[in-house]
Design a protein around this ligand. Structure first.
Ligand SMILES: Cc1ncc(CN)c(N)n1
Length: 721
């Protein structure tokens, strides 16, 4: 990964355009339209930046000369580009290399040097994306894992589906391009851990035009995964020669099923096929889906002139190459293979016109116009989906996720790299009675972007605009289920906490069904991870005690004694003494030297968060919500290790009992009841007082933060940072 450049590739293009305008502005050609591509760029250039700018300048002039049919001078500049660009060099050299190849092909076509376009094999790859996926599977997979934006849209998109189907007993997911099926696993995991209502059947139908065998293999993997989750599951394949032949009767739909549609980077393949998109949307509408989640490439190269197309595509692919430069090493073979593939797409877009243009993309504005014409209604991505996106990118080494940017466009999310758009993620509801069918003209040119950045500063409340309408899902913990019949009155009244758990179900599952916990449950736990957890949790509990004391003080000040909150909290505080002693005994049993352990980063971060919760600016309602969440994650996690079917090693059962026993479950229920009562009061007051709205907002953030810290704590125990 290169660190000596000060300019991104986008900056290099902007500087090169500015330079180009300076030289050519006295000419006869009106170049004022290029001004819109110039933006502000940093002032200090390194030596490499200067070389990059010169190279980019040559590329711009080559394009301009070809566009204005000045082939002799175009040739001179193209020769320069060929000489100084390289597919092994910096991201600028690489992008210039591939664009030069594309311009050379255009040059040869325009000057009659060649007539047929591209090598046949390459065309096949572009025509049949599934074939490309198979041929380049390991390389694509590697890039998919290394580049944060794909993971961000996958998690956020699946969260939107989970929220939409949460109340259903029978769920049917139609996936227009299933690939490895990793996205389906997220849904399966969430449904398997959903207690109420219990899912009776999940059906996944994969749609494909080729590679039946690969799709079926994915189906087998998913079926195996479902079995491990104890999730009733059925996998179907719908194969068609062309997507135009898709028909709702091909789907085995059943009464009472809730249908959801997932389309990730698929629909744009149909843009070039007359009436194909229209026909597919009509068919999907006839399946009466609850929701459709679409991820698409946020680029516009469909109906533009050569010049406009050149710049649009240059900026789009520069972002892509920049991201790879930031996240992968220059010698990475997977990166090079994927760049080759992108090079083919660039060649196709730049050099070809009409039917020869296989690669076509549309931005969210055009998709919006298209879907709206079928009566589809764009739906806001929930806060929880946005949170999933934010959370997942944080796990990437390159920039710890801070380069992966999120902007809102309408109700949809634009995921970019350092502010340059890359993918759009949108959620659609179908209204059966609406629709002006027929594709209206594509809408080009970006509309006003209502830009916001998701902020997760513990000291701030959510800056996501209004908190989205809560999904009414009741999720009950293992202990709650066990106590069925005993405290039914309490259980049946599902409050704000359940609503939030429904909204943030993926995160809650992440915290309570973490691989560390699952490894205890299935007996494969690595003992060194267990010992790490033991030592670190001992340190955590010592910090946790003053936090519980601070909640007690707040209860004293802010709550009426008649509710009995103080006794519950005092009981929890008292038991911590015993807990600290237990840690000491357990540590000596496992040979863990507590005195020589210092807190790891994740532990320190969590303790810093506790300190914040202790501060006077955090009121009782927020503090008790966080307190419940901290205890509940352990209760739910360890109780899972004692469930029927658990294979927890005998020596670890006592540990699991500590937090998984029914008494601790009761205690968590009491805390939950207190938190729900306070939150209910706050939501009643919120109608009148803004401060109460803020309390609710803060409490929801605190709950999310706790779950996030818990995930990081488990990660740390397994040897993460
Ligand atoms: C990290 C953590 N979270 C929760 C708990 C339960 N008190 C704990 N001991 N440690």
């Amino acid at each position: 990964m290169a660190t000596f450049r000060t300019l991104s590739t986008g900056d290099v293009i902007r500087v090169a355009i500015a330079r180009y305008l300076k030289f050519y502005s006295h000419g006869f050609v009106d170049l004022s339209w290029l001004n819109r591509f110039c933006g502000s760029v940093p002032g200090n250039f390194s030596e490499e930046d200067v070389k990059d700018v010169e190279l980019m300048y040559c590329l711009l002039v080559s394009a301009e000369k070809i566009g204005s049919l000045q082939f002799d001078s175009a040739s001179t500049f193209l020769n320069q580009c060929e000489k100084f660009s390289s597919k092994y060099g910096s991201s600028v050299q690489r992008i210039v290399h591939y664009f030069t190849e594309a311009l050379r092909e255009k040059f040869d076509l325009e000057t009659g040097r060649i007539t047929s376009k591209g090598a046949k094999g390459e065309e096949n790859m572009l025509l049949y994306p599934e074939v490309m996926v198979v041929n380049l599977k390991p390389a694509l997979l590697a890039c998919f894992l290394e580049l944060p934006f794909y993971q961000a849209t996958r998690f956020a998109g699946m969260q939107a589906i989970i929220e939409s189907v949460a109340a259903a007993k029978r769920v049917h997911l139609i996936d227009l391009e299933i690939r490895s099926g990793a996205q389906c696993m997220l849904l399966m995991q969430a449904l398997a851990t959903q207690h109420e209502p219990q899912v009776e059947l999940l059906t996944i139908t994969a749609v494909g035009t080729t590679l039946r065998h690969e799709i079926e293999e994915t189906g087998k993997t998913l079926a195996y995964f479902a079995k491990t989750l104890n999730l009733p599951f059925s996998f179907k394949v719908v194969m068609v020669t062309s997507l135009k032949d898709l028909n709702e009767n091909l789907f085995e739909l059943h009464k009472g099923e809730v249908v959801a549609i997932h389309s990730s980077i698929t629909l744009h393949h149909m843009i070039r096929l007359p009436n194909c998109l229209e026909s597919v949307i009509r068919v999907l509408k006839n399946t009466n889906p609850q929701v459709m989640v679409v991820t698409e490439i946020e680029a516009n190269d469909n109906l533009l002139s050569f010049e406009d197309r050149f710049f649009e595509v240059l900026f789009y692919y520069s972002t892509f190459f920049d991201c790879m430069e930031d996240c992968m090493s220059r010698s990475d073979q997977n990166r090079m293979m994927v760049e080759e593939l992108l090079g083919q797409a660039i060649r196709n877009i730049i050099a070809n016109e009409g039917e020869e243009r296989i690669v076509r993309h549309m931005k969210i504005d055009a998709w919006r116009a298209f879907f709206s014409s079928f009566g589809l209604v764009e739906t806001e991505l929930s806060m929880s989906s946005l949170y999933q996106a934010e959370l997942v990118v944080k796990n990437f080494a390159c920039g710890k996720g801070k380069y992966c940017t999120f902007e809102k466009n309408g109700e949809s999310l634009i995921v970019g790299w350092k502010g340059s758009p890359h993918l759009s993620l949108s959620v659609w509801k179908f209204h059966q009675d609406k629709g002006r069918e027929g594709f209206i003209h594509h809408v080009f040119g970006p509309g006003p972007l209502s830009v916001y950045k998701v902020s997760w500063d513990p000291l701030s409340t959510l800056k996501l605009g209004s908190v989205s309408v809560p999904v009414s899902v009741s999720r009950r913990s293992t202990a709650e289920k066990k106590m069925e019949g005993k405290t039914r009155e309490d259980l049946e009244k599902s409050g704000m906490i359940d609503t939030w758990l429904g909204k943030h179900s993926l995160l809650y599952t992440g915290a309570t069904r973490h691989p560390f916990i699952l490894s205890i449950r299935d007996g494969t736990v690595d003992l060194s991870s267990f010992k790490t957890w033991l030592g670190q949790d001992y340190l955590f509990v010592r910090e946790f005690a003053p936090f519980v004391a601070s909640v007690l003080v707040k209860a004293w000040k802010e709550s009426d004694d008649s509710y009995g909150d103080r006794e519950v909290i005092l009981g929890g505080l008292a038991s911590l003494n015993d807990e600290v002693e237990w840690f000491k005994r357990e540590a000596s049993k496992w040979g863990v030297q507590l005195s020589s352990i210092s807190p790891q980063k994740a532990n320190e971060n969590y303790c810093r968060f506790l300190e914040y919760l202790m501060s006077p600016e955090v009121g009782y309602t927020v503090a008790i919500t966080a307190f419940w969440a901290i205890e509940a994650v352990y209760q739910e996690s360890f109780a899972h290790c004692l469930d029927d079917g658990a294979n927890t090693p005998r020596e670890l059962r006592e540990t699991c009992q500590r937090w998984g026993n029914d008494g601790f479950g009761q205690y968590c229920l009491s805390l939950k009841k207190i938190a729900n009562r306070r939150l209910e009061k706050a939501s009643e007051d919120a109608r009148l007082v803004d401060a109460s709205k803020e309390v609710l907002n803060k409490a929801e953030v605190a709950l999310i933060r706790v779950m996030e810290h818990e995930v990081e704590f488990w990660n740390m125990s397994r040897g993460g940072s």
